[in-house]
Ligand binder design. Structure first.
Ligand SMILES: Nc1ncnc2c1ncn2[C@@H]1O[C@H](COP(=O)(O)OP(=O)(O)OP(=O)(O)O)[C@@H](O)[C@H]1O
Ligand SMILES: [Mg+2]
Length: 262
């Protein structure tokens, strides 16, 4: 088992807003967490990565990563985990890039923080990774400032950086929702391609049950801080048990005239 979450509860300022979340994943599994705004999706993945906001606290449960209790980690151990074995992609990872520092120098700095490569080696490896994310003209992208790139290209750079060290676990919080629907589908596809090769375990948080259906084999539906439905994605989508899941399914957007979910 790569990750085991059991009865995870999280409180903000003493108020328990996420309760009793449990799931476990093997290497290469893809889990999607869906649910309306405020249902606790981000809170769950932040708790797993030890990066809850200041007022947040894990009030119960356990998180085991490769059998280790990560909730007991020191900040130094977290830093090591993050960046090598686990990585996170945010809604607009592109916006985390410094707009006025060239992609090349940011990517090279990031690589050299976690590995002993020379600048030249790191630059070469970074460019190869951009190519893997199907960025057109990776040499040009390397020389560009983030503000010169489109949102989709910036997000691809963000994904390329997150995947660089072949993390065992990738946590993605609404990784494509800042993009238009067609670009969303492309970026998701490219991300999956890289992850499949590396057998990366993915937890993807999304409002969009269509994206979830496309990417994941396992699905958790959350509402008001709790799991309302969990299981195989196909089963839940073809036979949703809760009225809430049925509602979410009604709201699936279309891609190029086709629904992600039929
Ligand atoms: N920093 C915080 N301080 C206090 N309460 C918070 C904080 N962050 C989140 N919450 C509360 O915790 C609950 C879960 O929020 P969370 O952000 O995890 O939901 P979400 O499912 O990710 O929503 P969205 O789809 O809008 O991103 C909500 O009731 C929210 O108001
Ligand atoms: Mg969120």
């Amino acid at each position: 088992m790569l990750i085991e979450v059991s009865d995870l509860s999280v409180s903000y300022g003493g108020l328990e807003l996420v309760r009793d979340v449990s799931f476990s994943l093997h290497s290469g599994d893809v889990l999607a967490i869906v649910g309306e705004s405020g249902s606790g999706k981000t809170t769950v993945i932040r708790a797993i990565l030890g990066c809850l906001p200041h007022e947040g606290r894990v009030s119960g449960g356990k998180v085991l990563f490769e059998g280790e209790d990560v909730l007991a980690y020191t900040p130094a151990k977290w830093r090591h985990l993050y960046g090598t074995k686990a990585a996170m992609i945010f809604q607009d990872s592109g916006s985390m890039l410094n707009p006025i520092q060239r992609v090349e120098s940011q990517f090279v700095e990031y690589i050299r923080e976690h590995s002993p490569m020379t600048k030249q080696e790191a630059a070469k490896a970074a460019e190869a990774m951009l190519k893997k994310m199907h960025l057109p003209n990776p040499e040009n992208v390397m020389k560009s400032y983030p503000f010169e790139l489109s949102g989709g290209m910036r997000q691809r750079v963000g994904v390329a950086m997150a995947m660089f060290f072949e993390p065992r676990l990738l946590l993605a919080d609404e990784p494509t929702s800042a993009l238009d629907v067609t670009t969303q589908a492309q970026v998701v596809k490219e991300m999956l391609e890289i992850c499949r090769k590396d057998k990366t375990t993915i937890i993807i948080v999304t409002h969009n049950i269509g994206v979830a259906a496309y990417m994941s084999e396992q699905l958790i539906v959350m509402r008001e801080g709790q799991i309302v439905e969990a299981g195989k994605t196909d089963t839940i989508i073809s036979q949703p048990r809760s009225a809430y899941t049925k509602e979410l399914l009604k709201a699936v957007p279309q891609v190029g005239g086709e629904r992600y979910v039929s």
